[in-house]
Design a protein around this ligand. Structure first.
Ligand code: IMP
Length: 225
């Protein structure tokens, strides 16, 4: 189909790509990810908010590739820690810690804290090469458990307790988690709004953009329209 819009997901993760591809399967989009292109310079995630980081990743890649790009950023926000780990979630406590060690570190910081309220937050940015962007957000409220429980998921899942289901994220199935999670909610918003987003994308990509891929970032199996 000629009027398919290429949407690049700013990830190398096949699972994440497949999830978004399935979500948008009824729309005229062709999904690619960073694996479909040559090397792209690393973007420093140095924003103060999830929004800034998601936008930075999406708009940079959109300019490099000349296609609309979807990027997300998410993390854990703990009230008693003044919002930490926040945008530092992936490296909080030390660059090279394993997920379990990161959870132990956070539990130690929460020792004797009575306010254990926390939320997972996710922002999805869809940017076009001009730098314009759409934003979708999801938030899930819970509390920091007293100890780790469950083995599913990743990151802080074993210590994020979701009172409504009386389970940590790590005790939930993938389906259960995505029905209530920050990422699930942001993706759902994207899905519900995608028809409008496509109209916006079409209005915002110029013919010139479609021909622009930064030299060195193209890959031979990519057809540049
Ligand atoms: P990213 O922006 O999705 O890569 O997430 C950044 C970091 O936030 C991850 O490395 C995790 O530490 C944490 N995080 C984000 N989402 C989740 C989640 O669903 N469960 C557990 N940890 C998460």
């Amino acid at each position: 189909m000629d009027n398919l819009i290429t949407l690049v997901i700013a990830t190398r993760n096949r699972g994440k790509t497949a999830e978004i591809e399935a979500l948008l399967k009824n729309h005229p989009v062709k999904i690619k990810n960073l694996q479909d292109f040559g090397p792209i310079p690393q973007v420093e995630e140095d924003g103060n908010t999830f929004d800034e980081n998601a936008y930075k990743k999406a708009s940079f890649a959109a300019r490099v590739f000349g296609f609309p790009v979807l990027a997300d950023d998410s993390g854990l926000v703990v009230e008693a820690l003044s919002g930490a780990p926040g945008v530092f979630s992936a490296r909080y406590g030390g660059e090279n810690l394993k997920d379990e060690e990161r959870c132990i570190n956070l539990l130690n910081e929460m020792k004797n804290k009575t306010d254990r309220k926390a939320s997972f937050e996710c922002v999805i940015s869809v940017a076009v090469p001009t730098g314009n962007a759409l934003t979708y957000e999801g938030r899930c409220e819970g509390i920091i458990a007293e100890k780790q429980a469950g083995t599913n998921g990743f990151g802080y899942d074993p210590i994020f307790y979701y009172p409504l289901l009386k389970k940590t994220f790590a005790e939930m199935s993938m389906g259960e988690k995505s029905a209530v999670s920050h990422r699930g909610k942001a993706l759902n918003e994207l899905k519900n709004e995608f028809e409008k987003a496509l109209i916006w994308i079409r209005q915002n990509i110029s013919v010139q953009d479609k021909f622009k891929v930064m030299p060195g970032c193209e890959k031979t199996d990519i057809k540049i329209r």
